[in-house]
Design a protein around this ligand. Structure first.
Ligand SMILES: Nc1ncnc2c1ncn2[C@@H]1O[C@H](COP(=O)(O)OP(=O)(O)O)[C@@H](O)[C@H]1O
Ligand SMILES: [Mg+2]
Length: 490
């Protein structure tokens, strides 16, 4: 089902007061009231929908596209029946608005449909709803729930959508909406002052490696280096852990870097909630599942990592490594599979410490299976706007007297805001050179060629996930052809 024509028209949204002196800028949702006639029509449509829901039984799941069409036809028939002429634009706008009122998210519906919002935070009754805007940072909205029942209805309807429930006995709900957004709801006694709802919105148009280069999260040089290490010229592909704090952009960076995976690899992804959108043909996405009401049917990360070994994976990607699955993953990495994962930690050394201690308890000797630790950082500024940088890339070079040895290869310099190459050599590049029969100079030239390709995409704003993938695939098939084309300016 496509949602493309269901976007709230931009006219309904207005971001105000962004540059004034308010401590927290204001985000105003402009609501357009219905005319008397529109209200009557909305009422009739609502009755029709209720009838439809009753006749379809418990699992009523309206098909949005069909419903929108039905609404349009109904409105068109009613207006022309009354001898009124209506424009296609008005019909479109009114139908979408009615659709949202019928099956949407009520008060916060327009927030849910704004792709510029990262997060929506409802802290209770009679308090403003906050949003985190990609450009402006934390903002206060003019949306408020003044009625506890209204907020509980919203939370209940979200719980129903994902076939779960929230009540006094299990007052915390964690899950994913149909559009991929992650939600967390709490009610008393878990949240003392009443219900809360936090939505981390799924970005429909994912950030690609080109976006990350443009926003300086990664440098072209580092991206080209990782591109070569990840596809490994077909002889050896790198394993990497992306580490950082909450919301530092680990999953986003992982997702963007996955575009570099050799197109011939078979990928199994394993996540608590599906977030990764990897542009790859050969991929199976696995998701964990909590136990049901009878405490049965739980699927843990570890269950899924174990199972993935029976799925003939080339590469196993674990969304977030936290506990017992770590050792299963590292066993896989030590037996010839490749892997990626994200992990919560503050620096490369701490990443190792966390991996080798409870509850992950991976033996030091197994850690050597990782080639790179990529540190992702979120830097907050006094204006409330934050930015993300890859702050360090460390190579795991071996183990000496039981201590894992790290070699820093790239490091972000906060003074110049550049990611600098701080190492003379990389063990991994030497291995690729040996295995592929190239000199290390040839490998460096190849990295430079890839920089040329990435720079070309940046310059021509080729950033969309499919377009980026097309060029990377072309390069994989015939790199010289791509380079020639760029040289000839075509
Ligand atoms: N490099 C980036 N530039 C801009 N926004 C980003 C970047 N990385 C992540 N984000 C945004 O930040 C939010 C959190 O990112 P995510 O990758 O889920 O973080 P983490 O996995 O570290 O918790 C998402 O809404 C995402 O779109
Ligand atoms: Mg994450």
């Amino acid at each position: 089902m496509s949602n493309t024509n269901l976007k709230t028209p931009k006219k309904f949204l207005k971001v105000k007061n962004v540059n004034n002196n308010e401590i927290i800028p204001q985000y105003d949702v402009v609501r357009q009231d219905y005319t008397q006639k529109e209200k009557v029509l909305l009422g009739e449509l609502r009755e029709n929908l209720v009838d439809l829901a009753i006749s379809s039984g418990e699992n009523f799941q309206p098909d949005e596209e069909k419903l929108l069409n039905d609404i349009k036809n109904f409105l068109f028939a009613r207006f022309t029946g009354d001898g009124e002429k209506i424009s296609a634009e008005y019909l479109d706008k009114l139908s979408n608005k009615i659709l949202r009122d019928l099956i949407g998210y009520g008060e916060i519906d327009s927030l849910i449909h704004d792709d510029d919002l990262e997060e929506i935070m409802i802290n209770g009754i009679d308090k403003p709803v906050f949003v985190y805007h990609r450009k402006y940072g934390m903002m206060k909205t003019n949306v408020k729930f003044s009625d506890e029942k209204e907020l509980m209805d919203l939370i209940d309807s979200i719980a129903r959508q994902i076939n779960r429930r929230i009540d006094q006995e299990s007052p915390i709900l964690d899950g994913r909406l149909a559009d991929g957004s992650r939600i967390n709801a709490t009610i008393p006694p878990a949240s003392a002052d009443g219900p809360s709802l936090t939505i981390r919105k799924f970005k429909k148009d994912p950030l690609t490696i080109i976006d990350l280069i443009k926003s300086k999260t990664i440098s072209v040089e580092l991206a080209a280096f990782l591109w070569l290490c990840f596809d490994g010229l077909g002889v050896k592909s790198a394993n990497a852990i992306i580490s950082g704090g909450t919301s530092s952009g680990k999953t986003t960076t992982l997702n963007a870097l996955c575009a570099f995976i050799n197109p011939k690899e078979r990928i199994i992804t394993i996540e608590d909630t599906l977030e990764l959108q990897i542009p790859h043909e050969h991929v199976i996405r696995m998701e964990t599942k909590p136990a049901n009401v009878e405490n049965k049917g739980e699927l843990t990360m570890n269950d899924l990592v174990k199972n993935s070994l029976r799925q003939r994976p080339d590469r196993i990607i674990v969304g977030e490594v936290r506990a017992g699955e770590a050792i299963t993953l590292f066993t896989a990495l030590n037996t010839g599979h490749s892997g990626f994962g994200t992990l919560h930690s503050n620096d490369a050394r701490e990443t190792i410490t966390r991996l080798t201690n409870e509850p992950m308890s991976v033996p030091e000797i197994m850690i050597q299976a990782i080639d790179f630790i990529i540190m992702q950082n979120r830097i907050y500024t006094s204006t409330g706007v934050s930015y993300r940088r890859i702050s360090e890339v460390a190579e795991v070079v071996g183990i000496e007297e039981g201590v894992v040895q790290l070699n820093k290869i790239f490091e972000w310099n906060p003074e110049t805001d550049r990611i600098e190459n701080v190492s003379i050599s990389s063990k991994f590049l030497s291995q690729i050179a040996n295995l592929s029969g190239n000199t290390i100079n040839e490998i460096h030239r190849e990295i430079e060629n890839r920089e040329t390709v990435l720079n070309h995409m940046v310059k021509h704003d080729i950033r969309d996930v499919d377009d980026v993938k097309t060029i990377l695939d072309l390069y994989f098939k015939d790199s010289q052809k791509v380079l020639n084309r760029i040289m000839l300016g075509r």
